[in-house]
Design a binder for this molecule. Structure first.
Ligand code: C2E
Ligand code: MG
Ligand code: MG
Length: 614
């Protein structure tokens, strides 16, 4: 609070109290003056009557005493009539003179009663009258002066109080508006993304829903925008560059907004736009132009590797009654259909997408019951030694055979389970199936080979992952080094420290660890030196037809040699031809997993192959 207001408020109170006290005393004085005027007037009248009665031979001693009493009280301020002395010296002197004059009159009355002539008494009476008159005027004038002073004092105090009160009111009104502005600012900031200043998702939902509800005649569309390769930009050029790109896009997009349009950052490099349009084509052109402008900006370090994928859901194209979140979901879904698809940048939500989306929802919804019904099957793909083609290990791969006879490959449902975070359940289920398979064979004294299982990122980061897998392993009595856990590169790269810790724990509990799909992402050879993994699975991409087969061969040979020297086993995945097998044999690859030898097969078939000693 400002200092002056801290002083002003008590000061005003003090002034008001003091002035009230003073005014009360002044008013009581003024009422006393009225009484004095009255009584001096009585003295004046009564004295004339006393003299008149005396001269008429009807003396009135009672009246004389009455006048004497009043005059004495006027002078002393003490008596039964409640007359008080005033601080007015002039009036007091006049009262003294009046008393003396009255004394003289009373003496003269005594002489007249003794037979003296009345003429002196009449003269004294005249003089007394004039003096009493002057005294009345004097106190009247004094009272008037005091009344005027009191009025002035009250007016000045009122004005001061008014001014200070107005200042205090202005202060508080200003303060109220300042606080309201601050509150609005804070509320606005709370609804914005800190980095870009764009609206956040929650605020977007609220505001967009409001706009849509308030404009039932307008056409609205929600756009879901996502950058392809943004992770690459962050990894290669650093987060500062990434941040600048996000800010630049926000600024360009915000410039493009028109009435009843909104722009928000949903998460990471994903943005949402509410567009109000008349013509769909026009809206699309506008978005293309805006993105085109962005893709030309200086902040983009690698223009060729950056693109914008935009899914659009027009409310008019949706048959169901949808709220804003549903529109966002559909726009996002439309975007996913073109994300990382070459040559496709914009996708409008339509009937096809709708069907696909509902299929996904169906898959997602039936996962739990499918697990309970045992609809997920463990298929096994053998891993063989290149020299003799003998099965040395296998990978368990999930298949979904639903009750309606449908057969689904992992590519159809795993991404959905990853998205809805249920993949961890499936991983654990598969792991248990593998343990059961191995345990049955061990109990029957049949041949077994190490089997690897895939572990998703979600399962990997689930607290107690190693403990629960170890418990299952022990429950089924699976010997050490018979179970191999496959992680993908992304899991390993994301948190190498944690990965190291998990690998160590797994080793301590008798598991083998494989790094899956090496070479399919931004693999780093550097990470191999710290990883402590047992097996490296070279992705099928290494063996696909290349522009320069000789160079590809050099790389594969070099890689195999290097990995061997690191004491890591190598498994080549997706091997389909005799040439590839030959190349791997020459390079010293430990195991091959590919259709050239075996496709993934049901457990019974795999068991049979093992029994045959394949
Ligand atoms: P992955 O772990 O890299 O498994 C290898 C994939 O390559 C398998 O596909 C396999 O059938 C396929 N493959 C093997 N050899 C060849 C070949 O010579 N040519 C071709 N074209 N393909 C070959 P699949 O079974 O469709 O599985 C795809 C991916 O799904 C797996 O890739 C894995 O990432 C995931 N997956 C499968 N089962 C599970 C599971 O139980 N849990 C998790 N989290 N993921 C799983
Ligand atoms: Mg795998
Ligand atoms: Mg793989």
């Amino acid at each position: 609070m400002k200092k002056w207001i801290k002083v002003a408020v008590p000061l005003v109170l003090l002034v008001v109290l003091t002035v009230s006290a003073l005014s009360a005393s002044s008013m009581s004085d003024i009422s006393n003056y009225g009484k004095l005027i009255n009584y001096v007037g009585i003295v004046r009248g009564a004295s004339q009557r006393v003299v008149k009665l005396e001269t008429n031979g009807q003396p009135d001693n009672g009246l004389i005493n009455y006048v004497t009493e009043i005059l004495e009280e006027l002078e002393s301020g003490d008596g039964k009539y409640g007359l008080q002395r005033t601080a007015n010296e002039e009036f007091n002197e006049e009262l003294t003179a009046l008393s003396q004059e009255w004394e003289a009159i009373r003496d003269e009355i005594a002489r007249v009663r003794d037979g003296a002539d009345q003429s002196v008494l009449l003269i004294l009476s005249e003089e007394f009258f004039t003096k009493a008159n002057d005294t009345v005027f004097s106190i009247e004038e004094y009272s008037g002066r005091r009344s005027a002073a009191l009025a002035t004092q009250l007016i000045i105090t009122a004005v001061i109080c008014l001014i200070i009160s107005i200042m205090v009111i202005i202060f508080y009104v200003k303060r109220y508006f300042e606080m309201r502005r601050t509150a609005e600012l804070l509320a606005d900031q709370a609804g914005r993304d800190k980095l870009t200043g764009a609206l956040n998702l929650e605020r977007f939902r609220e505001d967009a829903q409001k706009i849509i509800n308030e404009h039932p005649q307008s056409k609205f569309a929600v756009q879901y925008i996502d950058f392809d390769n943004f992770k690459y930009i962050n990894d290669v050029f650093g987060y500062d560059v990434g941040d600048r790109i996000l800010k630049e896009y926000t600024s360009i997009m915000q410039e493009s907004l028109e009435e009843n349009e909104l722009f928000a950052r949903s998460v990471a490099d994903c943005f949402i736009v509410l567009r109000c349009y008349e013509d769909k084509g026009q809206m699309l052109r506008k978005q293309r132009e805006t993105d085109g402008e962005f893709l030309k900006t200086e902040v983009l370090p690698d223009k060729h590797n950056m693109r914008v994928a935009c899914g659009i859901c027009c409310a008019e194209d949706v048959v169901e009654e949808l709220d804003i979140q549903d529109l966002i979901d559909r726009a996002n879904y439309a975007k996913k259909t073109i994300k990382n698809v070459a040559g496709k940048y914009y996708a409008l939500y339509n009937e096809n997408i709708r069907r696909k989306m509902f299929k996904e929802i169906k898959i997602s919804d039936s996962m739990e019951s499918a697990l309970a019904n045992g609809e997920f099957l463990a298929y096994f793909q053998p891993k063989v030694t290149p020299s003799d083609g003998i099965i040395r290990a296998a990978e368990a791969l999930v298949r979904w055979k639903n009750t309606e006879g449908g057969f689904h490959m992992p590519g159809e449902f795993i991404p959905i389970f990853e998205k809805n975070h249920t993949i961890g359940l499936l991983d654990k289920y598969m792991f248990e199936e593998v343990c059961r398979f191995l345990s049955d064979r061990i109990k029957q004294g049949k041949r077994v080979v190490p089997v690897s299982v895939n572990v998703s990122k979600i399962r990997f980061y689930t607290p107690g992952f190693v403990e629960s897998y170890t418990e299952i392993k022990n429950h089924y009595g699976i010997p050490d080094n018979m179970l191999d856990i496959e992680f993908t590169e992304t899991v390993a790269c994301e948190n190498p420290q944690y990965m190291l810790h998990v690998v160590k724990q797994l080793h301590e509990n008798g598991f083998l660890c494989s790094l899956d799909d090496f070479g399919s992402g931004y693999s780093s050879l550097g990470m191999l030196k710290d990883m402590a993994i047992d097996v490296l699975k070279l992705d099928a991409l290494f063996f696909r037809n290349s522009v320069d087969p000789e160079k590809a061969e050099i790389i594969i040979q070099g890689l195999l040699q290097m990995i061997r020297r690191l004491d890591i086993y190598t498994v080549a995945e997706g091997i389909e031809s005799a040439e590839q097998v030959e190349l791997l044999k020459e390079g010293g690859c430990d195991l091959i997993q590919g259709f050239y030898f075996y496709k993934p097969m049901p457990a019974e078939e795999f068991a049979q192959k093992l029994d045959e000693g394949a």
